[in-house]
Design a binder for this molecule. Structure first.
Ligand code: F0G
Length: 417
């Protein structure tokens, strides 16, 4: 396999072994893949690895696709990740108003979110390129994932997160895995600007999704789900959207799948933002004639982002797949989450935006009856326990509040009868 890095802004070509995560001009780098096998041969190889439990690639559903990820044969830093399940649940389909709905649960990755897929590739590349420290800004999941992989690699990790806006589970992970955690008095967008400047000045590898190798790893969400559907593509893939790394990765995965002959028909992408953090949705409404930067606010703290770094790449994804962008309110997100949770699956608030988005697009008849839809749940229920306890404890509505009792059987009988 031959691959090279190309700057989207100035067109510079950089060797894949380079330690830089962005171009010297400030533009974002993108990996150009040139596989040396046919689509049919690649599919056979990937299918054989899947059948064998990915034994040849250390059990990883990411490295199963290694021929289309990172060139070179060095050590791979894997937990392993991927191999996440597809679920169908009647209650969730009923809520969404659409029978043919499957959910791919990326919360089943080792640190509880899809970030592990990008991180295994980015940390592997960074270590191969000689990085001695890694850094990221985060709304929580990226920092949790990076911290875990840095611990495995044995290099220090530095995370920049917005004070008071990171869910408890995620902050706990970053601390537990030993990342030096900086609580920044500012929002995610401020954290990212600071992390970029700090990495440059202090020589740390920046592992946000502006790092092209993160995008390479996250492509495998799409390839794995296509493979689970025996390469029979769904009509729609629906994904929550914040900093737009995943939207960028999904479009790249689909473009490559078609170009390399893995796939004939390309599904349409739907990116779902929270209404209070929806600059990409606003831009979509102008036909992408304008780019917006907003002050973001939403209960879904994972996607509380006002100035998405991968805007341009995500525009390309939506255009290339004849995709759409929509936005859902916090109320819709929490309602969808309650349904997903009560079905025994569960996810964090940002993930529920995907299902709320399906419901909205079905209502608007953008998604048509009978079409097949896969929505991606990006993070685990336990990432944000605070929001669940708050949701169920508040009086009123269809809630499940805990009840405090004295240890007497009469009280139990009174409550459970
Ligand atoms: N869902 C979850 C659970 C996330 O953590 C994120 C992003 C997204 C969706 C949005 O993905 O940014 O690629 O559009 N979390 C980042 C973080 C920003 O720092 O953990 P995106």
């Amino acid at each position: 396999m031959i691959a090279e890095l190309v700057c989207a802004a100035c067109g510079s070509v950089i060797a894949p072994g380079d330690a830089r995560s962005t171009c010297a001009c400030g533009g974002l780098l993108s990996v150009v893949q040139r596989p040396s096998r046919s689509g049919a041969a690649l599919r056979r190889l990937f299918d054989r690895r899947l059948r064998d439990g990915d034994a040849a690639v250390q059990g990883s559903g990411v490295w199963r696709f290694r021929e289309l990820l990172l060139p070179g044969r060095g050590v791979i830093l894997t937990h392993p990740e991927g191999r996440t399940r597809l679920y169908r649940r009647e209650a969730i389909a009923r809520y969404a108003g659409h029978a043919n709905l499957a959910l791919k649960h990326e919360g089943e990755n080792p640190t509880g979110s899809f970030k592990d897929r990008g991180m295994t590739v980015a940390v592997t590349q960074a270590v191969r390129a000689g990085a001695t420290a890694v850094a990221c800004a985060s709304t929580g999941n990226t920092s949790a994932s990076m911290a875990a992989y840095a611990a495995q690699a044995g290099i220090p990790a530095f995370v920049f997160v917005p004070t008071g806006k990171v869910a408890a589970g995620k902050l706990a992970q970053a601390l537990a895995y030993g990342a030096r955690t900086l609580l920044v008095n500012g929002d995610f967008d401020t954290c990212l600007a600071l992390a970029r400047a700090a990495s440059e000045r202090l020589g740390m590898a920046l592992l946000n999704s502006i790092n092209p190798w993160r995008i390479e790893g996250q492509k495998t969400i799409v390839w794995e789900l296509l493979q689970q559907l025996e390469w029979e593509p769904p009509d729609w893939i629906v994904v929550p959207a914040g900093n737009l790394g995943n939207t960028a990765a999904f479009g790249k995965a689909l473009e490559e799948a078609r170009a390399f002959g893995l796939l004939r028909r390309v599904p349409r992408l739907a990116a779902v933002q929270a209404k209070g953090a929806s600059p990409f949705y606003r831009s979509f409404r102008t036909g992408f004639a304008r780019r917006y930067r907003v002050k973001a606010e939403t209960v879904a703290t994972a996607i509380r982002i006002g100035d998405p770094a991968s805007h341009d790449r995500a525009v390309r994804s939506i255009r290339a797949t004849r995709g759409v962008v929509t936005a859902v309110s916090d109320r819709e997100i929490l309602d969808a989450k309650a349904v997903i949770d009560a079905a025994g699956i569960g996810c964090e608030p940002a993930s529920a935006a995907a299902v709320a988005g399906v419901r909205r697009l079905v209502g608007e008849r953008v998604i048509r009856p009978g079409q097949s839809v896969v929505a991606v749940l990006t993070g685990h229920l336990l990432k944000d326990p605070g929001i669940v306890i708050d949701f169920h404890s508040r009086p009123g509505g269809k809630r499940n509040p805990p009840v405090t009792i004295e240890p007497r059987i009469a009280e139990v009988e009174r409550l459970l009868r």
